[in-house]
Design a protein around this ligand. Structure first.
Ligand SMILES: *Cc1c(COP(=O)(O)O)cnc(C)c1O
Length: 234
């Protein structure tokens, strides 16, 4: 397999060693999503050989190529901004869309999943970080989406929890504050809408630079790219 993004440094990078290190310090009950965007299929295959099965990608076409080239028991998560007109391409095989940020997108995922005779797991992406550029639903928009109730009739999506990306900062206090807000919001939503729904249990936060803090703030799912695969060649 070749990839335009592949460089010699990709081949030298010790993916297996870094993956083992992350897994060794991840507490029980926290799932690792290895974020492989911009890394070649070869790097994913290395992590796969080490036992990793859950990978995250943020571009539909790149994901399609990798899904085609790699073993079919890989569990793919979509983590990027997803345009509604792209949903149909990933609906046949995607396991989870972590980045649902509108009712319109949720409707489209439900529709395309129905066409494929599937149920697709989704997370609602929460916008809590200070940066204005990040996607996601503000807590009030998320409340509104859930209060609207339309999602209850969607038989082909299963809402499994929340995803969020903290601000890009090293300020521990700020990171903790953002993760804690997300965790508190999770509790609110869980109690209000999903108290009897065991599927609603995921709190997806924590990336390479902040996952240890995220785990302290009740993350159940960390999305780690750079710390496993090395720097991305954009
Ligand atoms: C790229 C990305 C990650 C992984 O970031 P790293 O810093 O490489 O670990 C996690 N979540 C989302 C939404 C991303 O786009």
């Amino acid at each position: 397999m070749t990839s335009p993004n592949m460089s010699s440094s990709d081949m030298d990078y010790d993916v297996k060693g870094h993956l083992r290190e992350v897994l060794a310090s991840l507490p029980d009950g926290v799932q690792l999503v290895a974020i492989s965007k911009f890394h070649p299929a070869e790097s994913i295959a290395e992590a796969y050989a080490e036992g990793q099965r859950v990978f995250g990608e943020s571009h539909e076409q790149e994901l399609a190529r990798k899904h085609e080239a790699l073993p079919k028991d890989i569990c793919w998560h979509f983590i990027g901004h997803l345009q509604t007109n792209k949903v149909k391409y990933i609906a046949p095989y995607i396991n989870m869309v972590e980045s649902v940020d509108s009712l319109r997108l949720l409707r489209e995922i439900n529709k395309q999943a129905a066409r494929c005779g599937r149920v697709i797991d989704v997370l609602l992406e929460l916008h809590i970080a200070e940066e204005a550029t990040k996607y996601g639903l503000a807590p009030d928009d998320c409340r509104q989406l859930l209060a609207g109730g339309e999602w209850r009739a969607m038989a082909n999506v299963r809402i499994c929890g929340l995803m969020m990306m903290a601000s890009f900062t090293d300020d521990e206090r700020q990171l903790r504050a953002e993760f804690t807000r997300a965790a508190d919001f999770f509790d609110e939503v869980k109690q209000a809408y999903f108290a009897d729904d065991d599927a609603f249990r995921e709190r997806s936060w924590g990336m390479s630079h902040d996952w240890r803090l995220a785990v302290e703030c009740r993350s159940t799912m960390v999305r780690i790219g750079t710390a496993i695969f090395g720097p991305r060649a954009y």
